[in-house]
Structures are given as structure tokens and as C-alpha cells.
Design a protein around this ligand. Structure first.
Ligand code: SF4
Length: 318
């Protein structure tokens, strides 16, 4: 497999698909069958036809795909790509929260460990977090692990009391409001699209707070020609492909070093060896699938797919 064509042909002939998150490098996105945000890839994984999935993304995404596809081989492109945010809340922490807030439902962001996910009531992504929280028949709701996401939900759903956890994504947490304000000063006509993992100060400068797929959709459909993109800067690749006549301004320091641990060499090795495969015990599959399936059922019931932000799938089988 010494050429892109060779990799694509090998994948096809072995019925292997490659999933890549929006923050993966352009060379990895180029060989992926499906590119999108965490929520989009979770939904896609649920109905995909193939023998094996090589997943280019951090641990929690790969393991979530395995959860939704227990009959398929799911392979880490690089198992060292472990998301620090997902490691900030454990199953023990959830048990502690249950004791402290008896009866209060717990919403687990998709960016959580398997242990943690097994113990929450329902999952949410950045795109559907508001719908998930509004659906719960409780005034108080615990949202873990990202404090900024919880604060965003609190601002949008003031009728509920959101109890948050002290987790954060360093990529979004360290984006400074003054840097975004400076971009706004330089490009006053640009829409400012901000990820909900950013701080409230940064979010206060936003035209819209959106998941990464929603940013792509907004860039395609908005009348605006210019956008300041406040998230991991690799999203620029999908944005320029989706809306090639428009201008995008990014924050160059917003780099996820976890996602960048995955190289094209890793992906080729994973396609060839189909190792290391995600291994989950039967009880984990039952426990950790439950909150994910609740989220997916809610999404189907509310027909939010009618406004869903699309990822990019190039394989005809997807
Ligand atoms: S961008 Fe943040 S949440 Fe996503 S993988 Fe990197 S560290 Fe984790």
C-alpha cells in the first residue's frame, strides 16, 4: 500500500472502512470513508455495513463505535490517542455524584470513558445537548464532564438547574477571548462560530455556538462570506472543501495534540494488521450502550435528523 489508490483499493477489497474525526489531518481525511464530529460518527457507526472499522480519533470515540457495533472488528488507529477530557470523570465519580444528588439525572457528554458512560443516565453530543437536557423530567440535571458545555446548557435552558463537573478540553479552554476579539476587529463582517467547549467569555462573542458539523453546515448555507472559526483549527480543511468560495479565519494555537498523535503511517498499519482491536466485556457492552441508545432514540423521536448537520461519507456503502 504505497499509494493513496493502493490504500483505497485494499480497504475496498477487505470490506474495511475508515472513520476520521473532523480534527484529523487532511491526509487522513483523504483516505477516510466517513469524516464528521463525534455525534455524527456515532450515528453512522450504528448503521454501517462492513467487516471492520479503523477509527482515527481518540479512545472514547473508537470505543463508542465498538459499543454500537459488537458484531464488527473496531480497530484503534493509534491507542495512545487518549482524550484528557474523557479521563477527567470516572465511574467512581459518577457513584459519588449519585450519593450527593440522589435522584438527579446525569447526562454524560460523548467525550467520556467507558467506565463513566456505563453509569450515566443518557449521553449527549455538542449538537443535541440542549434537546437531551430539555427532555429530562427533572428540574436539576447533572452534566459531566465538561464545565463549559454545562455552562452553555445552563444559559440556553435557564428553567433548569445544571450541576456541572470541573472537566475541560484544554484545546477550547485555552482559547482566549481577546484573541477572538482581535479577529473580530480585523474581520468585522465575519460570523463568529464557537464550539460549546469554549469558555463563557469566548462564547459571548459568538454569532452562533455550534458543533463542528454544524459549523460546516452554517458555512455552506449562511449568506455570510467570512467566518471566524473558534475550535480546533483542522476543521478548516472540511470548511474549505464544503464552501470553497468563502473565507475562514482560525486560531492557529488551537491544536488537539491528542488527535495529532494519529499519523497516516498509523492508519495504514491499522488497516493492514487490524490491530489493536477494541475488546469489551459483555457487561460493559450492556451497561455503556444503554445511555447511548437512549440518546439515539431521543434523536430519532424528535426527528432532529431533519436539521442534522452532515458529516462526509464518500463510500457508497455508508
Ligand atoms: S479536542 Fe479536546 S475533547 Fe477533543 S480529543 Fe482533543 S482534548 Fe479531547
Amino acid at each position: 500500500m504505497d499509494s493513496i489508490e493502493g490504500i483505497l483499493e485494499y480497504k475496498r477489497s477487505h470490506n474495511i472502512v475508515v472513520f476520521a474525526h473532523n480534527y484529523q489531518s487532511p491526509e487522513i481525511q483523504a483516505i477516510a470513508d466517513c469524516v464528521g464530529d463525534t455525534f455524527y460518527l456515532a450515528v453512522k457507526a450504528n448503521d454501517i455495513e462492513c467487516d471492520a472499522i479503523v477509527f482515527c480519533g481518540p479512545d472514547f470515540m473508537v470505543e463508542m463505535t465498538a459499543l454500537l457495533n459488537p458484531d464488527k472488528k473496531v480497530v484503534y488507529a493509534n491507542p495512545a490517542a487518549r482524550c484528557p477530557l474523557a479521563a477527567m470523570c470516572s465511574g467512581e465519580d459518577i457513584e459519588m455524584l449519585r450519593k450527593e444528588y440522589p435522584g438527579v439525572p446525569i447526562v454524560g457528554y460523548l467525550n467520556t470513558s467507558m467506565d463513566c458512560r456505563s453509569k450515566v443516565d443518557i449521553c449527549c453530543g455538542s449538537r443535541n445537548c440542549l434537546e437531551v437536557v430539555r427532555s429530562l423530567d427533572s428540574h436539576e440535571v447533572i452534566v459531566i464532564p465538561d464545565e463549559n458545555l454545562a455552562a452553555y446548557i445552563q444559559r440556553c435552558v435557564p428553567e433548569k438547574k445544571i450541576i456541572s463537573w470541573l472537566g475541560f478540553c484544554a484545546v477550547h479552554e485555552y482559547i482566549k477571548a481577546e484573541d477572538v476579539a482581535e479577529l473580530k476587529r480585523l474581520h468585522p463582517k465575519a460570523e463568529v462560530l464557537v464550539h460549546p467547549e469554549c469558555t463563557p467569555e469566548v462564547a459571548s462573542l459568538a454569532t452562533a455556538v455550534l458543533s463542528t458539523n454544524e459549523m460546516v453546515e452554517r458555512a455552506m448555507n449562511s449568506a455570510s462570506d467570512e467566518f471566524i472559526i473558534v475550535t480546533e483549527n483542522e476543521l478548516i480543511h472540511r470548511l474549505t472543501e464544503a464552501a470553497p468560495t468563502k473565507k475562514f479565519y482560525i486560531l492557529p494555537k488551537a491544536v488537539c495534540h491528542t488527535q495529532k498523535k494519529i499519523t497516516l503511517h498509523d492508519v495504514i498499519r491499522a488497516i493492514e494488521t487490524l490491530e489493536p482491536e477494541v475488546k469489551l466485556d459483555a457487561q460493559t457492552v450492556i451497561d455503556a450502550r444503554r445511555p447511548l441508545e437512549k440518546m439515539l432514540t431521543l434523536d430519532a423521536l424528535k426527528n432532529t435528523n431533519s436539521v442534522k448537520s452532515e458529516g462526509l461519507c464518500v463510500s457508497s456503502s455508508l
